[in-house]
Design a protein around this ligand. Structure first.
Ligand SMILES: *Cc1c(COP(=O)(O)O)cnc(C)c1O
Length: 425
């Protein structure tokens, strides 16, 4: 197709097909040429309940007719107020303030700016940030700076600011992470930012709640702010509303996006503790929080988020999550013995494994082969290199889930030799 569009994370020079999607419902996408595709990755981790949830669709339609957009600096509207109240009802009580923005990356940028503002306005400026190895927090300059360095951002490296990186708490090496954090906290950094329990783009790497709880405790003792980026893990993905819940921790600053609107339209929030808000509170205009974007708290997006919150209150979402978790695990267990499958793992609705050799690598030679394989099977599965994961909308049917796992099994059989062997052929 001759299109002027420059797609994200797409190498146009490879000439890979770019399907034209015309319609979606539940866990299924329909294309212009009549294909029925199972969306096994929730359209890149955003769709929670399913595409086109009737309550979210209706809320968007109704709001678009009433109030489409309004400046949010010094003005407000009912959908935003409703979302803020609804969040306070279900999120940890310590998080008393809601700052709106429009993407996960922006919610993280806002979190970082809040953390630095907090220290500055307390008269104790701090700017060092602690991060975890293999992290991903977005693709803007600030979020790339606090994320893993690699092929994705090598071109911009000179612009990225310095951070202190803690080793990933791999099984058996957890203490090294905690020791590194303890040591790093002595230099009085502003904050630690983490993806709780699951590092998504870093390769669906899991670490235990105990480590998250320990990290939080170390930060609390040292007086270092603790930022949880739940942009991917929030809204039931890991089995609970927030991943932090499983460790019994509450961050000082919480980033939410993706599933905030059920995945229908873009919106994000950064929630903050009262102390962070109060540090910016003053009669002096110079200490206001200097952040905004044109579409901050867009009413249509807020109406979708309000509908999502109502769904969480009124529908058995956590039961659906638990049910999907069981269905994923049964199918993953059935694959686990296959020779081509390495390190099968699951947490909540997320299942992941490496194909053809342990240790994922984003630019693995196997990546494009796997991607083509799933495409041929009418599945939206987008491996991170040779790491294949399944993270479907919670409403996915058994037959569709079976198709996903059958295709993964077939991929393991066809391509499950070691990556090295494949390269040497
Ligand atoms: C997707 C993601 C982001 C970035 O969100 P965008 O909406 O794509 O900007 C940030 N953090 C985590 C953990 C994510 O998974």
């Amino acid at each position: 197709m001759n299109s002027p569009i420059w797609h994200p994370f797409t190498q146009h020079g490879l000439g890979e097909p770019i399907p034209l999607v015309t319609r979606a419902e539940g866990a299924v996408l329909h294309t212009a040429d009549g294909q029925r595709i199972v969306d096994a990755i929730s359209s890149w981790w955003v769709t929670t309940h399913g595409h086109g949830h009737p309550r979210i669709v209706a809320a968007i339609a109704e709001q678009a007719q009433r109030l489409d957009q309004i400046i949010f600096a010094g003005w407000t509207h009912e959908p935003a107020e409703e979302v803020a109240r609804g969040l306070l009802d279900i999120m940890p009580v310590e998080l008393t303030r809601v700052f709106f923005s429009d993407s996960g990356s922006t919610s993280v940028e806002v979190a970082l700016k809040m953390a630095l503002g907090y220290w500055l306005h307390r008269g104790e400026p701090r700017h060092r940030l602690l991060v975890m190895e293999h992290s991903y927090h977005g693709d803007t300059i600030g979020t790339m700076s606090v994320g893993a360095r690699g092929a994705f951002n090598a071109a911009y490296e000179p612009l990225l600011f310095d951070v202190e990186t803690l080793p990933f708490p791999a099984a058996g090496a957890e203490q090294a992470t905690l020791d590194a954090l303890e040591a790093a906290c002595r230099a009085r950094p502003a904050a630690l930012i983490v993806e709780p329990l699951v590092l998504g783009a870093g390769g669906m790497l899991f670490y235990p709640p105990r480590v998250l709880a320990e990290m939080r405790a170390i930060c609390a003792r040292a007086g270092v702010l603790f930022i949880a980026d739940e942009v991917m893990t929030g809204w039931g993905r890991t089995g609970t509303l927030l991943a932090c819940e499983q460790a019994g921790v509450v961050p000082d600053i919480l980033c939410l996006s993706k599933g905030l609107t059920g995945g229908a339209v873009p919106l994000a929030v950064t929630m903050a503790s009262e102390a962070i808000f109060q540090a910016h509170w003053s009669q002096d205009r110079a200490t206001m929080f200097f952040h905004s974007s044109s579409y901050t708290a867009n009413p249509i997006a807020c109406a979708a988020a309000a509908a999502n919150l109502a769904i969480w209150r009124e529908e058995p979402v956590l039961e659906r999550v638990a049910d999907l978790s069981r269905r994923q695990r049964t199918r993953l267990d059935a694959l686990a013995g296959m020779p081509g499958i390495h390190n099968p793992r699951a947490l909540g609705t997320i299942a992941a494994m490496e194909i053809g050799g342990g240790g994922g690598a984003y630019l693995s030679a196997l990546g494009p082969t796997l991607m083509a394989h799933f495409r041929e099977h009418d599945l939206l599965v987008r491996p991170l290199g040779n790491t294949v994961y399944v993270m479907p909308p919670y409403c996915i049917g058994d037959d569709d889930l079976d198709r996903v796992y059958a295709a993964i099994g077939e991929a393991a059989e066809r391509f499950g030799r070691s990556v090295k062997e494949l390269r040497d052929r």
